[in-house]
Design a protein around this ligand. Structure first.
Ligand SMILES: Nc1ncnc2c1ncn2[C@@H]1O[C@H](COP(=O)(O)OP(=O)(O)O)[C@@H](O)[C@H]1O
Ligand SMILES: [Mg+2]
Length: 361
């Protein structure tokens, strides 16, 4: 770069830098008009605005040297000395693309205004345009990779939680009665020659417990089979309800709409979530009525699971007990949806689920 070009580069860069605040103001305004559609939270907005600021820095640095300069360390692609950057909000690749769309125009407008009248305006525009494209595309690539890693991690966590649940079910539902069988047979042996009445009593208790343990084992096996053979939501839920029903609660299960409107993975997740809500109603509520309605529309699924049982304090439900409620919420949020639990001691439990179908995760 000769001295003249260097001087031009420096002055164009500083003129462009003087427009940063105005570009960011326009970008924020444009972003806000689409935020409703994007449904971004504050952390995600902050992250997008920070990334946009870095894109402007890349364009400025490129105008200074006359060639595209992308700072990969700031994106997180290159190795970095010093402390690791704070974890970033996870942004769906579609949202990244739409945010980029709102940034490109104000940046190019500002470049055109900065270069207007200068002899090498075309060259300046080309450099800025190249830098802008590379900076934005590299960021989108990075954010898509991060999003994928985040999804894979969630899937792994969900699998682990499911394994822990099966282990707990086996331990609590099968292990409990099995140890009663064992203990009572031990006692029966002890009474065998001294007290026939007590012997008979212990054998009866052991027999009852063995029936319970077999039922529990069958229940756990049915759960696993339904999960592995899952291909129809209604069938799988009806199978689950009939395996769980012991006659103490009336169950009203209704599904409307066409299951083929829902992507297969989302349907399988919905099954796991509704099943956990039903399982909780059977296990914890002591309800006389359990209602579950699922409405499938081409653009969304809405589901309700409610019971008239004892309810619970949602704060203690989350902190003290299992992972069921947490993983239900996570699964639905991963589908871009929302899950709301309404409950209080003595007031039953009502779970409302909403999943949009327009966007595939
Ligand atoms: N429908 C319900 N009725 C009453 N209590 C419930 C209901 N659903 C959940 N709970 C309470 O919330 C707790 C947490 O539920 P969950 O996260 O599914 O874990 P787990 O079922 O393994 O205990 C339960 O242990 C129970 O105390
Ligand atoms: Mg549970």
């Amino acid at each position: 770069m000769d001295t003249n070009a260097l001087a031009t580069g420096l002055s164009v860069a500083s003129a462009f830098e003087g427009r940063h605040a105005a570009i960011m103001a326009t970008f924020r305004k444009r972003l806000l008009t689409v935020t409703g559609e994007l449904g971004l939270d504050q952390d995600q907005m902050d992250q997008i605005v920070a990334q946009a600021g870095q894109v402007l820095d890349d364009v400025t640095a490129s105008l200074r040297t006359g060639q595209p300069e992308i700072n990969e360390v700031r994106i997180g692609l290159a190795s970095q000395a010093g402390p690791k950057p704070a974890p970033r909000a996870v942004i769906h690749p579609v949202d990244s693309l739409r945010a980029a769309n709102e940034l490109i125009e104000p940046v190019l407008d500002a470049v055109i205004e900065t270069a207007a009248g200068l002899p090498d305006a075309t060259c300046i525009f080309r450099t800025a345009n190249q830098a802008l494209q590379r900076s934005v595309l590299t960021r989108i690539r990075w954010s898509s990779e991060s999003y994928l890693a985040f999804l894979l991690d969630r899937v792994r966590q969900a699998q682990m939680a499911e394994r822990r649940r099966i282990a707990r079910e086996l331990h609590d539902r099968v292990g409990g009665p099995t140890s009663v069988v064992n203990r009572n047979l031990q006692l029966a042996k002890r009474y065998a020659e001294v007290d026939l009445n007590r012997l008979q009593e212990k054998v009866e208790v052991a027999y009852e417990a063995s029936v319970q343990s077999m039922d529990a084992l069958r229940g756990v096996a049915t759960d696993l089979r339904l999960e592995s053979e899952f291909n129809n939501l209604e069938q799988a839920l009806r199978g689950f309800v009939s395996a769980m029903t012991d006659g103490s609660a009336v169950v009203d299960l209704a599904i409307s709409g066409d299951e083929s409107w829902v992507p297969a993975e989302a349907l399988a997740e919905l099954f796991l979530v509704v099943r956990e809500a039903l399982r909780n109603a059977f296990h914890h509520a002591g309800a006389s009525t359990i209602v579950s309605h699922i409405d499938i529309a081409p653009h969304e699924v809405r589901a309700w699971v409610g019971d008239d049982g004892q309810g619970f304090d949602p704060a203690s439900g989350r902190s003290v007990h299992g992972h069921g409620l947490t993983s239900m919420r996570e699964r639905i949020e991963l589908l871009g949806g929302k899950l709301v639990v309404q409950t209080a001691p003595g007031r039953g439990t009502h779970i409302e689920i909403f999943v949009p179908l327009s966007r595939k995760t």
